[in-house]
Design a protein around this ligand. Sequence first.
Ligand SMILES: C[C@H](N)C(=O)N[C@@H](Cc1c[nH]cn1)C(=O)O
Ligand SMILES: [Zn+2]
Ligand SMILES: [Zn+2]
Length: 477
Amino acid sequence: MPAPAEILKYIDEHQDAFIDRLAKAVSIPSVSGDPARRKDVFAMADWLKAELESLGATVEKRPLGKQMLDGVELDLPPALLGQLGTDPKKRTVLIYGHFDVQPAEKSDGWLYDPFTLTKDPEGTGKLYGRGSSDDKGPILGWLNVFQAHKELGVELPVNIKMCFEGMEESGSEGLDELIEQEKDKFFKGVDCACISDNYWLNTTTPCLTYGLRGVNYFRISVSGPSKDLHSGVFGAAVHEPMTDLVTLMSKLVTSKGEILIPGIKEMVAPLTDEERARYEAIHAEVSDFDDAVGAAITLHDDKVNTLMGRMRYPSLSLHGIEGAFYGTGCKTVIPASVHGKFSIRLVPDMTTAKVTECVLKYVKEEFAKIDTKCKMSVEMVHGGEPWMADPNHYNYRAAHKATEDVYGISPDYTREGGSIPVTLSFADALKINVLLLPMGRGDDGAHSMNEKLDTDNFIRGSKLLGSYLHELGASSE
Ligand SMILES: C[C@H](N)C(=O)N[C@@H](Cc1c[nH]cn1)C(=O)O
Ligand SMILES: [Zn+2]
Ligand SMILES: [Zn+2]
């Protein structure tokens, strides 16, 4: 059963107020990876808790302990466990989202201040701001639905349990332990889960996502002199950490994206004809990738291999070098120590443990070949396993119908190239089906500069979440 027409009308009529609430959320710079912004992640938790409570939810703040970040002990931001409705005759759906965001600085190349929601500057309905699509917009989509029901006095068709965290962009530290502790308490009675935290493949076709790649994030540290040196005074006289690190990082992946670490490719589940046919059926073109990244730079020239590269094969990306000179000008420095960061996206049947074993062994062997007096260490910073769900479950059928209700078309069935490690934790610990129901478009620029959410995706996406709840409430096994 679709959401009642009055709910959909309410969402349309309150578009401006909903965008203002998104602006407030974006203005809190809740960057989990930056110790200086940690207080803002706490502030974001408080703000979201108050908003949920004003809509009638009961919400508990659950502390998650402490973490060590670059040798400094930091409090982890709390998770929010919320509830709306306890009717034993209704299904209970768990919704998850994260209120932390990736780092963003105007100087990264943003057109506007990343922590001010810039509304529709080009007249095309785009809402620019860090977290607009990943993942504050989708969280607020749920709030829009709750508000419509509360204000109109329409009963929610299912019971809602909520889990919102503030560390997703930094490895979801502490959350698995909370889920394990609470699986027979707070999470008891959950029938299925819905996560809105990924993206359509293109800019026009909604999708349901039944798989995620996992991720192992690594850090290689190379150190030499006890302080930064003048390259004119000491160049060609000493071993240089940066040179060794760049040599090492160049051994990880080719320019064609081929991972050079022995043992990685061998773990990947073989492709079947049936699976290949699923990629052929997806509504996407290579040009959608070109548009999303802003250049014609795909590794493959055909749709199927491009989609499979993103969804069903592993990838290795080099992210950056901490300690390196990166400013303007020509500083002639030999950095004393540098830290190279890279991650590997995991697919079935890879595991974080086996990938870590292969990487550590290989990096140490390759470093030994360099014949340097610098010191090297390598560590896995955080990891999450790949995940797949059954897309024939009633949870997916409800979302399929809701997509038809709201968009008038059938959704594509996709696997996401990104990672949401907690998805597998919910599926395994609670033994439930999890659905990923994205709100944003493929060109939203999550993790990039100029992240945006289209007004239409925010508003119709809110209607989609509402209709999904009604279809779920009316569905049978
Ligand atoms: C898909 C989701 N919205 C997301 O962006 N996940 C992140 C998770 C992560 C892991 N390490 C750091 N962040 C991602 O896929 O990068
Ligand atoms: Zn993200
Ligand atoms: Zn996200």
